[in-house]
Design a protein around this ligand. Structure first.
Ligand SMILES: [Mn+2]
Length: 333
């Protein structure tokens, strides 16, 4: 249970806030930092949003005032270190803010985490976290409703809708409750136009990204007796050919998961240094337990691994063999 009154007290207490979210921010990440910034503005606070990743182009429409800043050490270190309160949204492990992570132990102010992922690191002064929420935006919605500090306006409703709609996979994932649909209805009443938000988020692909997707789909290999494990691979060479970026591949794995027989999907993505593996599963298969074997984490049906000290070529076969064994164990074979 999250104590929204406690959070309210903390958000009214100080003057200078810095908000951030995880590397490669998604719509829940961006929607949440923007919503909290707008809440803090209603409280007459000075709140800056500083991110370790560039703002993804397709989410720029949410930042109507263009206030999100990309972290630059010279410009931001003092601001971050001396902030009264530093708020981490939609992530709970310091290493997820990559280039900003070394600043964390130096922070002079309060460290608050607002999140809905499992296994938070025990490094925050205040942790507002509950995995029952479908999105960090969902937590902020309940905060606004329970503290009742201001009416639900479009500037709050739009980022919240983007956050909740995307983190529920367009209202289809497990935590999509009747409550979540009622919240969506409230957000529509505040002026959100679903066709506009869906169009902005889902129909902004570049022509090059479609070609990269073609290569990614062609790379799919199946393993297991019944093709229950799917593996997709995107190399640096793929990115180079299409002049594309890692963040453009985020939805690719979901297309692979639409194969009927697949139980678990892995997308190996080669990075400038090392690689990452996005993991998905269906039903009760706990893919975050598999991720933990390689130092990763996430949710039961969506998790990830990031490895920077070994190459994709060195590790890919090892991880696949381990995944085959993991599936056997899970299926009691
Ligand atoms: Mn989220």
């Amino acid at each position: 249970m999250i104590d929204f009154q406690d959070l309210d007290i903390l958000l009214r207490k100080q003057d200078n806030y810095v908000l951030t979210t995880h590397v490669n921010p998604d719509a829940d990440a961006i929607g949440s930092v923007l919503t909290l910034q707008r809440i803090l503005r209603i409280y007459n606070k000075n709140a800056r949003i500083i991110l370790c990743s560039e703002m993804p182009g397709y989410l720029r429409f949410l930042d109507t005032e263009n206030i999100i800043e990309f972290y630059q050490p010279d410009k931001h270190n003092d601001v971050i270190i001396n902030a009264d309160t530093f708020v981490c949204l939609d992530f709970n492990r310091v290493d997820r803010m990559v280039s900003m992570a070394p600043l964390f132990p130096k922070l002079k102010g309060l460290k608050i985490c607002i999140d809905h992922h499992q296994y938070p690191e025990e490094v925050f002064d205040y942790l507002f976290y509950d995995t029952d929420f479908c999105a960090t935006g969902h937590i902020l919605y309940e905060f606004i409703e329970q503290t009742n500090f201001a009416p639900m306006t479009l500037s709050l409703a739009e980022p919240l809708y983007a956050a909740i709609m995307t983190d529920t996979g367009s209202f289809r994932f497990e935590r999509t409750t009747s409550r979540v649909h009622r919240i969506a209805a409230e957000l529509l009443d505040a002026g959100v136009i679903p066709v506009k938000i869906h169009g902005e988020i889902f129909d902004q692909n570049s022509s090059a990204k479609m070609l990269l997707l073609g290569d990614a789909l062609k790379s799919i290999e199946y393993f297991g007796r019944n093709d229950e494990l799917g593996v997709m691979t995107i190399t640096r060479e793929n990115f180079r050919i299409y002049d594309s970026r890692e963040d453009e591949t985020e939805q690719f794995i979901n297309l692979m998961m639409s194969a009927a027989k697949i139980q678990m999907g892995m997308n190996f993505i080669e990075l400038p240094r090392g690689f990452k593996v996005s993991l998905r599963s269906k039903n009760i298969l706990p893919v975050h337990h598999f991720a933990a074997r390689f130092g990763g984490g996430g949710h039961r049906n969506a998790a990830g691994i990031r490895i920077s000290d070994k190459s994709l070529a060195e590790m890919k076969d090892i991880i696949i063999s381990d995944a085959i064994e993991f599936l056997k164990e899970q299926n009691n074979e």
